[in-house]
Design a protein around this ligand. Structure first.
Ligand SMILES: [Zn+2]
Length: 114
């Protein structure tokens, strides 16, 4: 089985990755401090990636308002479901909002409209 993750968590780790990427790139600029053009390019790229992650974080906030808060039947914690099928943020229990899909095997393809 593929390692599915809760969608909101996945986007969040992506945004976090962008921040790290941005800082690493800007840190890399130190090694080119003799070359002003390279430093400018690296710092710009780093800033862009941090800006992008800020945008992604804003997007998560937007998605969170659309996600449906549910109580996970498996672990009893409050989690959010995005789309027709999603996973619990804590125990990775597959959750669905569509009664027709109840009991079916978890498949991310079910999110696509047919
Ligand atoms: Zn759970």
């Amino acid at each position: 089985m593929k390692p599915y993750k809760n969608k909101i968590n996945r986007i969040r780790s992506f945004a976090l990755g962008l921040i790290f990427f941005g800082f690493i790139i800007m840190y890399g600029a130190i090694f080119f401090k003799d070359n002003g053009i390279l430093v400018t390019i690296f710092v710009t790229l780093g800033l862009l990636s941090i800006l992008a992650s800020t945008a992604v974080y804003g997007w998560i906030g937007l998605l969170s308002t659309k996600a449906v808060p549910v109580v996970c039947p498996n672990c009893g914690k409050h989690t959010k479901v995005l789309g027709r099928v999603d996973m619990c943020m804590y125990c990775k229990e597959p959750l669905t909002l569509d009664p027709n899909l109840e009991g079916k095997e978890f498949d991310e393809a079910l999110n696509k409209k047919r």
